[in-house]
Write a protein that binds this ligand. Structure first.
Ligand code: HMG
Length: 436
């Protein structure tokens, strides 16, 4: 059912409309939506105003993965995620590597990118001459936007004019690079780009050597790119192969070789690479969301980077050389620890506090490590016990809740499945027997 002017309705009216149009049981539907409202009105208003047409809240649990030793410092990592076993897996990997020197992480660069896409109908060499002659104007005209960023040692790094007409007739670009310091910088970049576009149009209009056609530059759009291959961080773990020995790793050499093999398969096989990288993003997204960053931007950028050589491939790599096991990953992460939700969402503030109020570079390191840890835990399970044993052990509570198990039933089930493999059918059978 379509509706005109939905945005103008009050929250109550929006819910009323939904209930009459979409709920099989309007009373129950309304009750569920309202059960998720926060009783603190100020907090609820804050959430209502994050987005448009808000009707209720959608909760994600925040879990804690402790014991992450990164560059010699111990971190406790908050993770916002709905999937069982991710937090346990991260915690397990953190504990494992803390005993073996921990993770190292290093920011390689923090360059962000934005582009003005435009059409120009004329000789490129004339446009190039205009750009080279007046390049400083782009910096001058954006000074009112960049001044504060410059005080923090950031700002516009460079602007280039690119001829893209071999890809699309008459298509050219201003390709700009930025340093946005501790902010993700989307608004800053887009505001600069829109000014670049105005400056470009004005310069062309005033250029006496241009024909009428050349003066008429057509701006298509001005927007940042979420592909940031030079906003890159490397996370790594390494230890002598024999040090991999553990309760469940009796033959470390065989373990290491199988692990490296599993990573190599993800490097050469796209179907596997996608799932492999999904495992990495389990860790990355959970911390990105907990710290109020834009996980869609991170996802898009990471997957584009995984395909940078023309084939979608593994983000992580592993080797055994001279008796040393090394597992590492380079991942582009454009993150902010100021601006956006970071100063607005109370849970984001708490998450950043748990992490010790990191700056953007430190957060890049933490999040890359969370991704690598997650990948390590998944590969560790996949190449030894198989994924289902641990994953289903953690998923047990969800199955029990699905069948509305009582607290007593849950206790009995947990005890029973300590020694039995958890399967959906097995849990159902167990509950049925219990309830007979
Ligand atoms: P386990 O060996 O049975 O655990 O592993 P444990 O009981 O021996 O405990 C060891 C440590 O694990 C604990 O230390 C915790 O750190 C952690 P402790 O706290 O006792 O000092 N741990 C827990 N933390 C919190 N709550 C818990 C808990 N249990 C253990 N309940 C575990 C069990 C699930 C950790 C293991 O089997 C595992 O790491 N599995 C991998 C799970 C995984 O990767 N899940 C992601 C979802 S699957 C997926 O989407 C991705 C995938 O497709 C990617 C790919 O294909 O590459 C797999």
């Amino acid at each position: 059912m379509s509706i005109n002017g939905f945005s103008k309705l009050s929250k109550e009216e929006k819910i009323e409309w939904l209930a009459t149009q979409h709920f099989s049981n309007p009373e129950d539907g309304i009750a569920t939506l309202k059960k998720y409202w926060n009783s603190d009105l100020q907090l609820q208003n804050l959430h209502d105003e994050f987005i448009e047409n808000t009707i209720s809240n959608y909760y994600l649990p925040i879990g804690i993965a402790p014991n992450f030793l990164i560059n010699g410092k111990t971190y406790t990592i908050p993770m916002a995620i709905e999937e069982s076993s991710v937090v346990a897996a991260a915690s397990k990997a953190a504990k494992f590597w803390a005993k073996r020197g921990g993770f190292t992480a290093q920011v390689i660069d923090t360059e962000k990118i934005g582009q003005v896409h435009f059409n120009f109908y004329g000789a490129f060499n004339k446009l190039e001459l205009l750009f080279d002659t007046y390049k400083s104007r782009f910096f001058e005209d954006t000074l009112h936007i960049t001044q504060n960023m410059q005080k923090r040692s950031g700002g516009i790094i460079d602007i280039q004019l690119l001829n893209q007409s071999h890809k699309l007739p008459n298509y050219y670009q201003l390709h700009a690079t930025f340093n946005t310091v501790d902010s993700m910088g989307a608004n800053f970049i887009n505001t600069c780009l829109e000014q670049f576009a105005k400056t470009l149009v004005a310069l062309a209009e005033q250029e006496t050597s241009f024909t009428e056609e050349e003066k008429n530059i057509q701006i298509i759009m001005s927007i940042l790119s979420n592909y940031v291959p030079n906003c890159l961080v490397r996370a790594k773990v390494s230890c002598p192969v024999e040090d991999l020995a553990d309760k469940k790793i009796s033959n470390p050499q065989e373990y290491a070789e199988k692990f490296v093999n599993a990573v190599k398969i993800a490097e050469v096989e796209t179907y596997r690479a996608v799932t492999h990288n999904k495992g990495i993003m389990n860790g990355v997204d959970a911390v990105v969301i907990a710290t109020g960053n834009d996980f869609r931007a991170i996802e898009a950028g990471a997957h584009a980077y995984a395909a940078k050589n023309g084939m979608y491939s593994s983000l992580s790599h592993a080797s055994v050389e001279n008796g040393i096991f090394t597992f590492w990953m380079d991942i582009p992460l454009a993150l902010g620890t100021v601006g956006g939700l970071t100063s607005l969402h109370p849970m984001v503030k708490i998450a950043l506090e748990i992490l010790g109020k990191p700056n953007a570079k430190e957060l890049m390191e933490i999040i890359a490590v969370a991704g690598l840890a997650q990948n390590f835990a998944a590969l560790n399970s996949l190449t030894t016990t198989g994924i289902q044993q641990g994953h289903m052990k953690m998923h047990l509570m969800n199955i029990l809740n699905q069948f509305e198990a009582t607290e007593t039933e849950k206790k009995k089930a947990i005890k029973h499945f300590e020694t039995e493999t958890v399967t959906h059918a097995g849990v159902v059978r167990f509950l049925e027997n219990l309830r007979k």
